[in-house]
Design a binder for this molecule. Structure first.
Ligand SMILES: [Cu+2]
Length: 415
């Protein structure tokens, strides 16, 4: 029996577990979402961590899975509705835990669901580990680690050595008192080399409290109008933007992913990525505004890659690109034929000691794993109907494995 069939048997076992009476599981999937006057800015998210399949942007036909595009085995997160929301059972029904296990199984997204919060929010992020259906021999815990974010206490930092991890069938609610605006990223920190190569990576950003100023508040030469949005608490309106697009650079080594699926030794030292992506897709999938789905080994259609990277703006808009690199093997350079103004690096506004802006304009930006940049593109004067490109200037990465003309590229379209 090959690993694929093993996985299906394991999935059947997991389905049996998931169909146990709810009373047997109630204590393990318990979402905390406080409301009321003590928590005026509370937000709640429920993520599951597990495995799944994603479709790469080439035309390879996979004999096990069929359909165009290499089917890549991944570990990652997916979002599930809170109890009683969007068709999810209520907690009182007793059916929510079983429903979460069922819904979360093989539902992993690449990239992981985007988390966007506002300064002064309290975020209650519940993480349930639904297990790796295709790898029943793995008992791996998972965590959520907000990379670069100043945590008040290490308990919720997700680094397994210094905080708690979430075992299969269990749930932990992380608490974030969100205080620093900026572009971050998140990932699982358990066996980080493996779990991050497998895809446990997501966009994360914090919008500044400057967005919430009263109408007509004066910020230097800029007067705030209700609805104006900024990348940072700049005090002068210089990071104002109209369109916001998170872009995570990354890549997969298909040999590593196949070895994981087929229960083979993992080639850590030999890791060499060959699918180059923005937000989990290679070009031309990057400019497809639809959710990309992949049929999982149980024949369920899963929304495997929900995030496109297409930038659409009206001429005159200021476009904020929240760029990050969470790849574990490569530095990547993102270039454009449009001038890119870098206003922040690693979630810190570029200012000198006297408070002067140190923004700079460039046509290419290089980030290593774990780095982020906030870039503003001013589209004033660009012709309506024109198209520009964001692409890696590591030109060998404009490819989807064996197929040329693809990879790490997307388009900026002017309405
Ligand atoms: Cu993990």
């Amino acid at each position: 029996m090959n690993a694929y069939k093993n996985g299906v048997v394991a999935a059947a076992v997991l389905m049996l577990i998931a169909s146990l009476p709810a009373s047997a599981q109630d204590s393990s999937i318990n979402v905390q979402c406080p409301t009321g006057p003590d928590h005026p800015n509370a937000k709640c998210i429920h993520l599951v961590a597990g495995d799944g399949m994603a479709t790469m942007a080439d035309d390879m036909i996979d004999p096990d899975f069929g359909g165009a595009g290499k089917k890549q085995y991944i570990f990652s997160f997916a979002e599930v509705p809170l109890p009683g929301v969007d068709g999810a059972p209520t907690e009182a029904s007793g059916n929510y835990p079983a429903w979460v296990m069922q819904t979360g199984m093989l539902a992993a997204n690449a990239p992981a669901p985007t988390i966007s919060v506002d300064e002064d929010d309290e975020l209650f992020l519940s993480l349930t580990n639904v297990g790796m259906t295709m790898r029943p021999d793995l008992f791996d815990p998972h965590t959520v680690h907000w990379h670069g974010f100043p945590e008040a206490a290490s308990i919720f930092d997700g680094v397994p050595d210094s905080s708690v991890s979430v075992n299969m069938g269990a749930t932990l609610t992380y608490y974030y008192n969100v205080q620093d605006a900026g572009t971050y990223m998140y990932h699982c920190h358990v066996e980080a080399t493996e779990h991050m190569q497998m895809g446990m990576l997501g966009n994360l950003f914090v919008r500044p409290r400057q967005n919430k100023l009263d109408n007509n508040t004066v910020l230097g030469a800029h007067t705030h109008t209700t609805g104006d949005t900024y990348a940072y608490n700049d005090g002068d309106g210089s990071t104002i933007y109209d369109v916001e697009v998170p872009i995570q650079m990354g890549s997969f080594d298909p040999d590593f992913h196949d070895a994981s699926l087929n229960v083979q030794p993992l080639p850590f030292a030999g890791m060499r990525d060959r699918y180059f992506m923005l937000n989990g897709r290679g070009y031309p999938d990057t400019v497809n505004p639809a959710v990309l789905s992949t049929t999982d080994p149980l024949s369920n259609v899963q929304p495997s890659q929900p995030v496109d990277s297409l930038v659409v703006a009206d001429a005159g808009d200021r476009v904020l690109l929240r760029i990050s690199n969470l790849n574990i093997t490569e530095f990547y350079t993102l270039g454009s034929n449009l001038p890119m103004q870098v206003v922040a690096l690693d979630a810190r506004l570029l200012r000198d000691g006297a408070g002067s802006n140190m923004y700079y304009t460039t046509n290419s930006l290089t980030l290593g794993g774990g780095q982020s940049a906030d870039v503003i593109i001013d589209t004033t004067g660009l012709a309506p109907g024109s198209t520009y490109f964001l692409y890696t200037t590591n030109l060998d990465r404009l490819a989807n494995d064996a197929e040329n003309f693809g990879g790490m590229m997307t388009e900026v379209r002017i309405n």
